[in-house]
Design a protein around this ligand. Structure first.
Ligand code: SAM
Length: 232
């Protein structure tokens, strides 16, 4: 698992310079709206200590920063330091964000420490999903929420066919033009391996969450999993 993790980290270090532009082009800017939904469902409040796991270039952490305000703090955590560097450079005006290098599977944070968690397009990339849920559960304060956004295989066969066509004919060629074929060809197999919404709900409940609900969005091509830690 360690070597798989090292591969994932070096993949994201390599694509860091093109990541934002490709994301914007390929989702026609839609990813920002989906991220906003996840942020809202994590229920950040003014003055909170929020955590964005797998923060990448930092746009979800930036949205959290506005929500928690100057009396709050946001921790943006990622293990790809090139990504974190972009996040830091893009958000120099957001003084309430701390950018921390770290592993989602061994969060460098105490128990019961965080008021809300977001994770956007990170869960599909971690090499041990049950462990990622356990770590979120450990660091969240009792009664607080995590919201996890990711891509999914839609159930509708027509939409599913369209998604595969889009990956093969738009995403991979666009990445190839920038010299990143393999790095983007991994998306389709990662979707095939990714637990479905209901499977994620079971894994999260096994990790100790009191409530877990998966909301399919964008025709089931995306989904947000909302988790609540028990109050006591
Ligand atoms: C697809 S990017 C998503 C970035 C950003 N959250 C977004 O929505 O645009 C996935 C990120 O997860 C990070 N990542 C994957 N596994 C990780 C782990 N075990 N610990 C920390 N970061 C991880 C990668 O380095 C990468 O920056």
């Amino acid at each position: 698992m360690q070597s798989q993790s090292t591969e994932v980290r070096s993949l994201f270090d390599r694509i860091a310079p093109v990541y934002d532009d490709l994301n914007n082009t390929l989702s026609l800017g839609q990813h920002k709206a989906w991220k906003l939904m996840a942020v809202k469902w994590a229920e950040p409040q003014k003055g909170d200590r929020a955590l964005d796991i797998c923060c990448g270039s930092g746009d979800v952490a930036a949205q959290l920063s506005d929500r928690v305000g100057p009396d709050g703090t946001v921790i943006g955590l990622d293990f790809a330091e090139e990504m974190l560097d972009f996040a830091w450079q893009r958000n120099l005006n957001k003084s309430n964000i701390q950018w921390i290098p770290g592993d989602a599977l061994a969060l460098p944070l105490p128990d019961d420490h965080i008021d809300c968690i977001t994770m956007s397009y990170g869960l599909r990339n971690v090499v041990d999903i049950p462990k990622a849920f356990q770590e979120m559960h450990r660091v969240l304060k009792p009664g607080k929420k995590a919201a996890i956004l990711d891509m999914h295989r839609p159930e509708n066969p027509l939409i599913r066919r369209f998604q595969q066509w889009y990956l093969d004919n738009q995403v991979v060629p666009a990445a190839a033009r920038l010299g990143f074929v393999e790095e983007y060809a991994y998306i389709a197999p990662s979707l095939d391996r990714f637990p479905t919404g209901p499977e994620q709900v079971k894994l999260a409940l096994n990790a100790g969450f009191a409530k877990a609900t998966h909301y399919p969005i964008a025709g089931g091509t995306m989904g947000v999993l909302v988790l609540t830690k028990p109050s006591t």
